[in-house]
Design a protein. Structure first.
Length: 705
């Protein structure tokens, strides 16, 4: 059941991020890569949980309901999930910002439309004086904004009690007792959209099937490293996570029954370039030291498997994480978020760092907006059951913290094709083998090992040959481990031949390379381990043909669109207009000062009187024309002439037109400010008069000196 939580800010809000953009801000708000602030799900859920705990203490909510909704650490998962809370029309705002990609839409410019900075200090209660070095600057989200968070619950019978807990939340974020974070929250039914996970007609199946799947990240996905470190993340989605998703959709009994009949394989999901699944870059790919991409985004690298003549060049690793079929290089975007856990004594509202159950920690994850792809290999009966089970899924969440702000994904099965085991034989003596996922190998004594000799034995068993040789090996070694949720124990940690390893496989007798197509070797292949790819070794090539030309992936967008859906671009342009207009009017004040300096016999007392007169008229006259009319009626000719020069130097209409032309030149679009003539006059002359006062003081000091 999908629902929605609406949060309206009745006062400014500070949801601390644990990091700052620069040293000017001591405490920053949480915002995304576009500069749009949001409220993390963990903060919201913590406040709701606190309210529910109070309801338990007052006897309004039963303890069993509380445990069912929010779970119990280490024993019971929660049935209530929640996403981050974003501003209304968030997706449309993002579309507008992406369509108008330029320095105008830099994150700090966007953030300034939703947040501002405040200063605060601590006061010594004894003396009433501010403590030394206690001045702090915090950024806060402006009051009046409305945020919305998608949420859901498995058990509808707890909906009403959850609504009560949500409505009980009145404050959120930092400095709740000092005027910040006053909110109203309500839980209501959301738009239950149909979730389509199977994108092809599931009518025809084969004896052996290859099902491609895609995982698109709608939020950050936590993929802990194999050794269980949450402060680091893998840059791919392990097949075991997809296997767990399928098991959850089928149910424990049906899943066990299916796996006892036939083995299936779920590959790791790697970053996609368009519709194509990328593969890990080879360890044998090297580049010249300090080499970078050229102006066209291309670079030449060397495949040392072919032993090219690199001459006197100093070579280093190419650093390629993933590569597509067309040799475009892809990198997975990751991020780190900072969190804290409050003490067991909930009367303490913050983490202390002491041994009281509280802690500060960080979580690394794969950033949202990216797509990953992999394959499921299964027989006819298993494939049918998988597609049937996936078709019943609704909202999909996966990974660590999936009941909070992490793990919101779109999971789809994209296509199905036959895996033919009777391909025409293609005998070769040499092949290039690339390891696409870690190899879990056991030697004859049943001991886990990463020895190349054991790998050779596995390959000999598959190819039915006995004279294999591993030549020019470029091996990586990774640590494999994990955590058994059922037993709440760590899995054994061991070394494995890592993804990206490559070597030449040679046999004097020859072997059928087709046997290595769609091949997984070693153990735990069901979870995605042991995937390899085999390519023919390119014979007859000169040494120089170990060269490979790669290019950076770039997602070009159609920029410079003003006709957006939310008005954010126009707001940014208006903000830029005001900054540029203020800069231009200050330059006019500087030019006027220079002109005065060049005039001989200028009377500073008259100049000071003229500026003072303009200051008085600015407070009383509402338009530039009215001020001009009043100045022409000044009886003192010298003062009147200086006032006229000051006004003629800075005509608001002319400066506004000049600024609008500057914006059009910078961004390639036509822009007109929504200020009327009187607003332009009031805005510009406020800065103009301040600078004129400053200029007069400087002239007086220079004359006195």
């Amino acid at each position: 059941m999908k629902m929605k939580i609406t949060i309206r800010l009745l006062s400014d809000l500070s949801t601390t991020a644990g990091e700052t953009y620069n040293s000017l801000v001591d405490t920053d708000v949480v915002y995304d890569k576009y500069g749009i602030p949001y409220i993390p799900a963990k903060r919201i859920k913590g406040c709701i949980r606190e309210a529910a705990l109070e309801m338990c203490e007052m006897g309004i909510m039963e303890k069993s309901q509380y445990t069912r909704i929010f779970g119990e650490a280490g024993y019971q998962s929660c049935e209530f999930w929640l996403s981050n809370a974003y501003i209304r029309d968030y997706k449309k705002t993002v579309e507008d910002l992406e369509a108008f990609e330029s320095e105008l839409t830099a994150p700090q410019n966007v953030l300034a439309q939703y947040a501002y900075t405040r200063t605060q200090t601590a006061v010594d209660q004894r003396t009433g004086v501010a403590d030394e070095n206690s001045l702090r600057t915090i950024r806060v989200v402006r009051k009046g904004l409305v945020f919305e968070a998608d949420c859901g619950m498995e058990n509808r019978e707890d909906e009403e009690i959850l609504k009560s807990a949500v409505s009980l939340v009145k404050h959120i974020g930092m400095a709740r007792t000092r005027g910040l974070g006053l909110v109203t929250m309500r839980l209501e039914d959301g738009d239950e959209q149909e979730c389509k996970h199977v994108m092809f007609p599931s009518k025809q199946f084969y004896d052996r099937n290859k099902i491609s799947y895609t995982i698109h990240l709608n939020s950050t996905l936590i993929c802990k490293t194999e050794n269980g470190n949450q402060a680091e993340t893998e840059d791919y989605i392990a097949g075991s996570k997809v296997l767990g998703l399928i098991a959850g959709a089928m149910g424990q009994t049906a899943y066990r029954e299916m796996m006892s009949k036939e083995n299936m394989v779920v590959s790791n999901a790697y970053i996609k370039c368009g519709q194509t699944r990328c593969i890990p870059g080879r360890a044998s790919w090297q580049k010249e030291k300090d080499q970078s991409y050229d102006a066209d985004g291309k670079m030449m690298i060397f495949d040392l498997l072919y032993e090219p003549d690199c001459g006197s060049r100093q070579m280093t690793s190419s650093g390629i994480d993933y590569i597509a079929d067309d040799k475009k290089v892809m990198t997975v975007d990751t991020e780190i978020s900072y969190h804290h856990q409050r003490p067991e004594d909930k009367s303490i509202g913050r983490a202390t760092g002491n041994e009281d159950g509280s802690s500060f920690y960080q979580l690394a994850g794969i950033s949202e907006g990216q797509s990953f792809g992999g394959f499921i290999y299964a027989g006819r009966e298993v494939a049918e059951k998988i597609i049937e089970a996936v078709g019943t899924l609704k909202h999909v969440r996966m990974g660590y913290g999936k009941s909070g702000e992490f793990g919101d994904v779109d999971f789809t099965l994209d296509s199905l094709e036959e895996v033919c085991d009777k391909n025409p034989q293609d005998t070769v003596k040499d092949a290039v083998i690339t390891v696409l996922s870690d190899l879990v190998l056991y030697n004859k004594q049943g001991i886990l090992t990463a020895e190349p000799e054991v790998l050779k034995q596995y390959l000999e068993d598959i190819l039915s040959v006995s004279d294999l040789e591993i030549r020019n090996p470029f091996f990586k070694f990774d640590t494999v481990g994990g955590f058994n949720v059922t037993w709440k124990r760590r899995k054994p940690v061991f070394y494995a031949i890592g993804k990206g390893s490559s070597f030449i496989l040679h046999s004097e007798c020859g072997f059928d390379i087709q046997l290595l197509k769609n091949c997984f070797i070693g153990e735990r292949t069901t979870e995605g381990y042991g995937e390899i790819i085999a390519e023919k070794f390119l014979r007859g090539k000169s040494a120089s043909e170990g060269k490979i030309y790669i290019s950076k992936y770039s997602d070009e967008a159609d920029h410079r669109k003003l006709d957006g859906k939310t008005g954010i671009i126009y707001t940014l342009l208006q903000d830029d207009f005001e900054k540029k207009a203020e800069k231009n009017i200050r330059e006019k004040a500087g030019e006027f000062t220079s002109d005065i300096k060049n005039e001989s016999g200028i009377n500073l007392s008259v100049l000071n009187a003229a500026v003072a007169k303009i200051r008085v008229l600015f407070r009383t006259e509402k338009s530039y024309e009215a001020m001009s009319e009043q100045i022409r009626q000044i009886e003192d000719e010298k003062k009147k002439n200086i006032c006229i020069k000051i006004l003629e130097k800075a005509d608001p209409k002319s400066i506004a037109a000049e600024t609008e032309r500057e914006i059009q030149k910078n961004y390639g679009i036509e822009f007109h400010s929504d200020m009327d003539d009187n607003e332009k006059y009031r805005f510009m002359y406020r800065s103009y008069i301040i600078d004129l006062k400053y200029c007069v003081k400087i002239l007086q000091k220079e004359q006195d000196a």
